[in-house]
Write a protein that binds this ligand. Sequence first.
Ligand SMILES: [Zn+2]
Length: 671
Amino acid sequence: VTNAKSGPVPARIAEPGWWRQPFRMMQTNLRLIDAGLDVDAVAETVRAHGADAWLLNTGGIYASFPSELASQTPNPELGRRPSGDIVGDAVRAARARGLRLLARMDFSKVLPHVAADHPEWLYVSASGERQVFNGLVTTCPSAGYFQQEAFDILSEVLRRFDVDGFFINWFMYSEWTYSHEYLGPCHCQTCRAEWRAEHGGEPPTGPQDAGYATWQEWSRAKVLELGGRLRAHIESISPDTPLILHDTADIRYAEANNAVGREFWPHQTDESVSAAFTRQPQTPVLVNCVSFLDFPYRMAVESPDRFANYLVQAMARGGAISTYIMGPPGAIDYGPVLEVAGDITRFHQRHDDLYAHLEQTAEAVIIDPVAADVHGPGAAATAEFRGLYSALRELHVPFDVLEAGELSRVPTAQLDRYSTMVLPDAARVPSVAATAVDEWVSRGGRLIATLAEVGTGGMPRALGIEAIERSDIGASLLSAYAMDREGGVVPLHGVAHHVRPVDGAASASRLVPPARYGPPEYCYGHEASDEPSLVEYIHGEGRSATFTWSMGRAYRELDLPSLRHHFALALRDLAPEIFLATDLPESIGVIAGRSGDRQVLHLVNHTGLHRNGFGTPVVASGYSVDLPAGAHSIHALVADQVLTSTLSDGKVRVALPPISTFEVLTWKDAE
Ligand SMILES: [Zn+2]
């Protein structure tokens, strides 16, 4: 395993295309009644915000210009402008100020008269229902509107306007209506015929059907394939016009948003941007940050501190940032968000060169099960992952994120950039992923794993565990513990397994089976068994340490510091060098990167964390970090200071300036 800091740098920005350089965007999502907008005033606001690209509604449901296509209905309010053309006016206003104008398209729905003309374009449920909301009818990505008409719609825009890029909204097989009504996978004629040809029978009707997982993969592959063809179509007409969409596009779209009723996960943006770059380092990621609460509440302004966290997490991982508002600026009062967003966007603009070259360089990686189903079958897997993620962040271990499905796909050299891997739910990974993990450990990798849910996949041999003999869950775990080698005990929670280690594996912590609990008079008698709760093993050139229980979920749900300490003990034994030496509190996280010859450390202040969002952080003063020997030219970019340092045990100790929302530390290594 090579040291992360000396590995090759994927030269994302070396390729042609303006979008490979860092950029900042503002989206004005227009309502029909906004047709009279003052394009010069908007362009001025976009520029003053620190953005250099403006995303504007162009076509799809309504066209913001007098389209000649029968499928495109011009906004009936276009008569409010002398030109009758919002897009043409906006392109001119943007050009005059050196801004790029990006066109927002939406092929997911059509107006009733278009639906009447083309019933074959529409989504149809298994029972023959359409998805209709406010009169708009959902279309199907398999059918003609997406497969043919969309190409003509894009061609018309490119013929008429010098736009700098496209974004296509809601590009997916829709199973839900806007009003949260579940109608299931599409059963239109095209979908049924294609499904029958490829899989036989009828498409599934929902997650309860056996074929649903296959349908999810099938529909995802179709969306990726179609996105790739649309991208190629745009490129064939205008090579310098990128498509913002997903993995097969030029720029990957990510949205940082809130949703009423969805479990809050404070690291959502950090996780998704890191996973995107680890998967495909060459493709830029744009994070569009939503200024309002949720789509039914587009006039309710988001918490400015939550918004600040979206932006900071996105840019700390190297993402392009964007502020998304409804209407032209001022139509709805997003003032507090715009103020914070403008400050951070202009910071990004001032440090354009740093962000242009920013690459992830953490030596540790956490494997993401991508099971973000926080209430359904994936709930336990999500909790397992998020608990370990939080623990690493609080322990000041810089790390990247890699999706489990990518383990067997990323090039060996890319995986070998990591010295240490954190693998939640190790018995649940697919067999090919388990093999990739085994090979990586045998080449010298250090693995820390947990056994939580047991799936149909293959458990990595590198764990040194021959079999899981039986499992305790729920009530049968009450009053059970794990005891570490220091004699400390932590509660078992979630699921614990009785395992048979292979010869040569060592037990580093032990299970303490339940004893009586309840009336205090009876609460004694716990004794550690000989069974391991943490198995250590040497595999090839590498090593592993495996918690035989759901350590991550326990930390996620119980938040006990002793659980984090229990995890840290095992991790320090395995990979002591991956911890940043600092006296920072646990609520200030670190994200490591490199930009050219500068090392970069983003410090993110999470002291404002609330149950369902972020409030104002406490300014953190008087802390320090230790940098490697020889570190010099140390800057704090937010404080805009050159920092002084002292030598301590061969390390360079740096006194940090007060940290409000975030700070960015840069330094150069010894020559
Ligand atoms: Zn369909």
